[in-house]
Design a protein around this ligand. Structure first.
Ligand SMILES: Nc1ncnc2c1ncn2[C@@H]1O[C@H](COP(=O)(O)OP(=O)(O)OP(=O)(O)O)[C@@H](O)[C@H]1O
Length: 463
């Protein structure tokens, strides 16, 4: 029997032809779709292993398609494909079930490497959990800023207790990694680290995933996550996404400590440590009535907040260098270090996708270039457009702020906004509409701001 095929979803014929030829040359079977509708039909018929999904499709949104594909083929590993300007869309795709993302234009060896990694069960998002199982903790391996020292201290202090921990932070800041670190450092937990993604698991199935179910006429018995995490850690990733009904059931389980599998299996006592994560601020979710206050107080015994990368100062360089070493060893690439210009750009950029975005930038640069030093020209265009601060002004060598750790220090919000907008326009070769698309605002917003700053605008409409 031939292995399941790889599904490529893109409405541009040349992309379909090039991606298919590259993967077929590696011995993969490929099927192609040009729309969400066609992709869903093919997925139902062929149960592909991997789907490469372009995030902009003629009849819908690729992020939504990824969620639908994984719900119709639970074993499917989707990979989001996006244009340079929409890294945050890719981050949102990963939050909706994508195991990895690729940024166009794709180099053939990069496409093959990401697909092979996904087939082997490795992705940027999963490597850390593997490492975590082996190491005594990845959070803290790289990054010595004060906010991260505080986080590591909290993790060390509470790892050995059974108290529930609630980890918050923007997407890609390392919440799941921190949860796995807690498990690895516990010293007392002998069971497994089990993760349930509450935002992508089908709401109809989440109760059975959590509690398990007895055998039925058409389904074999299923062991629930609570039981699999016996004497270990149960991570409820993005717990605020649970429906009101599931929130009530979870509260009930926490209060009684007893779990009864669906369909009448034998009840058992729960013995796992609960760790939850949330990207939206859980207190705001409670205030808005979307998350139960009583459940939040039960789960939020030890709060841990992961700072965004832009507030971690020089950590961005430490993490980039550590990851460069790791990825070069893994991929056999010859890079040794980052140029000073690249370090300066990294300190200027605001990293909306946080560590995940940084790792993808490093991976891209190391795969597509020759080394031994990563230069600005090796970075994706949206980063090349960022002007490093003049000598003496960057975080690397700023005499006013020796050892400065905050790239925003000394700047107002308005100055940071102006710099981000100018960088986007430069990256879009001076096109305001293209920069507006990249920043997800209307062109008129940018024209208005440029006018207020007294900047000449190419192609601006009068009146
Ligand atoms: N301290 C770290 N050093 C190196 N890599 C890290 C570190 N923390 C996280 N990562 C990597 O960053 C990526 C994002 O981490 P993780 O999935 O833990 O973030 P998250 O906050 O849970 O993201 P999301 O909210 O989008 O699910 C992963 O690839 C992980 O391996």
């Amino acid at each position: 029997m031939s292995p399941p095929p790889i599904l490529i979803v893109d409405d541009v014929t040349t992309h379909l032809t090039i991606f298919s030829a590259t993967l077929e040359a590696e011995g993969h079977d490929v099927i192609t779709a040009r729309s969400c509708q066609e992709a869903l039909e093919l997925a139902q018929r062929h149960s592909p292993d991997i789907a490469l999904v372009d995030l902009v499709l003629p009849d819908g949104d690729g992020v939504g398609l990824i969620a639908k594909l994984t719900s119709c083929v639970p074993t499917l590993k989707p990979i989001a494909v996006t244009a340079f300007a929409s890294v945050d869309r890719a981050v949102s795709a990963m939050r909706n079930g994508a195991v990895d993302f690729l940024v166009k234009p794709l180099a053939p060896d990069q496409l093959v490497s990401v697909v092979n990694n996904a087939l082997a069960g490795r992705s940027v998002g999963q490597l850390s959990e593997e490492s975590m199982a082996r190491s005594s903790g990845l959070v803290g391996d790289a990054g010595s800023s004060q906010p991260m020292k505080d986080v590591c201290e909290t993790i060390r202090a509470v790892a050995g207790s059974a108290a529930p921990v609630f980890i918050t932070g923007e997407s890609g800041t390392g919440k799941v990694t921190a949860a796995a670190t807690l498990h690895a450092q516990s010293g007392i937990l002998t069971g497994q680290f089990v993760k349930i993604d509450c935002s992508t698991t089908d709401p109809e199935r989440i109760e059975a995933e959590l509690l398990g179910h007895a055998a039925t006429a058409d389904q074999a018995e299923k062991t629930g996550a609570v039981e699999r995490a016996k004497d270990g850690t149960l991570l409820l990733d993005e717990v605020c996404a649970l429906s009101p009904i599931m929130q009530a059931r979870l509260l009930n389980i926490l209060q009684s400590g007893r779990v009864t599998p669906l369909g009448g299996g034998a009840p058992y006592l729960m013995s796992c440590r609960f760790v939850c994560t949330s990207t939206p601020d859980p207190a705001a979710e409670v205030a808005a009535g979307r998350f139960r206050a009583d459940l939040f107080y039960r789960l939020n015994v030890v709060p841990v907040h992961l700072p965004p990368l832009r507030e971690r100062g020089m950590d961005v360089i430490e993490i980039a260098e550590t990851e460069l070493d790791r990825l070069c060893a893994q991929e056999g690439r010859p890079f040794r270090t980052l140029s000073d210009g690249v370090k300066s750009v990294f300190l200027e950029h605001t990293w909306p996708g946080n560590i995940r975005e940084l790792i993808n930038v490093i991976w891209n640069a190391a795969l597509l270039n020759d080394g031994p030093v990563i230069e600005i020209s090796d970075l994706p265009p949206y980063l090349r457009g960022i002007r490093p601060s003049p000598v003496g002004q960057s975080g690397l060598d700023n005499p006013r702020f020796p050892g400065r750790t905050d790239p925003f220090e000394g700047r107002t919000l308005a100055q940071i906004e102006q710099q981000a907008i100018e960088a986007a326009i430069q990256a879009a070769n001076g096109s305001v509409p293209a920069a507006a698309r990249a920043l997800d605002v209307s062109p008129s917003t940018l024209y208005r701001k440029l006018e207020n700053w007294g900047k000449p605008v190419r192609g601006a409409r009068k009146g």
